[in-house]
Design a binder for this molecule. Structure first.
Ligand SMILES: [Zn+2]
Length: 151
């Protein structure tokens, strides 16, 4: 029988596959069973696990932050709508004592607050998108699902 075929058949059935690069490697005769083929792959897996851990924590923080911003946004948009409603409650053709000034400043300030909150939502979502990308990249390094939960 062809030696290469025999060897690869044996390797497939016996030798473990590296958790990072998928290479088959020989388990050392003594000591703890190895999961990775080399020191480099073991370090890559460690870094990936750290990235995953960090990404999970960052994701939680950003989503908490987004929730708080949403509450502020809700309140600010209701305030803006209410401010505009007060202005609208005066019929357009009603005789005016004056121009009804004053509401512009409040509407402008309220609209500005909404814009700042929208900017914060935008930034937070962008940050989360980057975190999610790093999380997925790290997940690809750790091919097996069990590695993701290891600390
Ligand atoms: Zn490897």
């Amino acid at each position: 029988m062809n030696r290469t075929v025999l060897s690869s058949t044996l390797n497939t059935s016996i030798d473990p596959q590296c958790g990072v690069c998928s290479a088959r490697f020989s388990q050392p005769a003594t000591g703890r069973p190895q999961v990775y083929c080399s020191r480099a792959c073991r370090q890559a897996a460690y870094r990936a696990r750290q990235t995953v851990k960090h990404a999970l924590a960052e994701s939680t923080r950003l989503r908490d932050s987004l929730y708080a911003i949403r509450l502020e946004f809700d309140a600010a948009s209701r305030h803006l709508a209410a401010t505009l409603a007060v202005r609208d409650s005066v019929a357009p053709d009603a005789p005016r004592q004056d121009l009804g000034g004053g509401w512009e400043t409040e509407v402008a300030m309220s609209a500005q607050q909404l814009r700042l909150l929208a900017d914060r939502i935008h930034e937070t979502v962008n940050d989360h998108s980057q975190i999610a990308y790093r999380y997925r990249s790290a997940g690809r390094v750790l091919r097996t699902g069990t590695e993701l939960t290891r600390s």
